[in-house]
Design a protein around this ligand. Structure first.
Ligand code: SF4
Ligand code: SF4
Length: 234
């Protein structure tokens, strides 16, 4: 069995729903500019995705009820992110034992609060791995589960075969996420590579909405853009 197959088998054992390998050379300038990372040490990104519990996501319109908000925050966020980090750790150990360099990126940690960026873009990696497209909501949309997936990334120099075919954007005329957002944080502009995220998505508005909930002693749960996407709702 080849290295890629062995890694994929471990990922299945770890409960991973989505697995793919992206070629970072396609976006090396963007990676250097946004995260200051020179990809010569890490030419490939392994994407790991876990799909969310549909019953929990489908209850999000009732998120003002504490039991609904707690359920989402715990089982559709905290626990899934821990499972992703654990899987990324196990897989990274395995790759390192084979003699390669690996850097697992935490599933959900912001390192640049001003720009609200994580240590690396999981969505970009998953898109490069051909697992979905960046929707108008700025979420990664998969054909089967829509945006109802959380992601982690492992950067590596292991000789893996990256996906060559990227997935076409299938948002079309849909504007469901634009209309449902309570603070109009989504502009409705389709994703265009190299355009700054601010053109599509006002992250500050979204963040402030969640902060307001916290200040009112509510759980900071929204996710309506994730709930409403027709991809994944069927
Ligand atoms: S999480 Fe809520 S506030 Fe933030 S963009 Fe989505 S719908 Fe808007
Ligand atoms: S709700 Fe519609 S426009 Fe928004 S990401 Fe999903 S398919 Fe695209």
């Amino acid at each position: 069995m080849g290295l890629a197959d062995q890694i994929q088998e471990i990922s299945i054992q770890e409960g991973i729903t989505y697995f793919g390998v992206g070629d970072l050379s396609k976006v090396k300038e963007a990676i250097l500019n946004q995260w200051g990372l020179n990809i010569k040490n890490f030419p490939f990104a392994i994407s790991l995705g876990i799909s969310l519990n549909n019953y929990i996501v489908n209850q999000l319109p009732q998120r003002s009820e504490p039991s609904v908000a707690i359920s989402y925050k715990h089982h559709a966020y905290d626990v899934v992110n821990q499972r992703l980090d654990l899987a990324a750790s196990v897989i990274s150990d395995f790759i390192q034992q084979q003699g390669y360099t690996v850097l697992p990126i935490p599933a959900s940690k912001q390192v640049d609060e001003d720009r609200m960026l994580g240590a690396f873009s999981h969505k970009m990696s998953a898109g490069l791995a051909g697992l979905g497209w960046i929707g108008k909501s700025s979420l990664l949309i998969t054909p089967e589960h829509g945006p109802r997936v959380r992601w982690a990334t492992i950067l590596t120099d292991a000789p893996l075969k990256p996906t060559e075919e990227l997935m076409q954007n299938r948002c079309g005329d849909c504007t469901a996420c634009v209309e449902i957002c309570p603070v109009k944080a989504i502009t409705g502009k389709p994703f265009v590579e190299d355009e700054p995220r601010e053109i599509r998505f006002d992250a500050k508005k979204c963040e402030e909405y969640l902060e307001k909930m916290k200040s009112e002693r509510q759980l900071d749960v929204c996710g309506m853009c994730l709930y409403v996407c027709p991809h994944g709702r069927q």
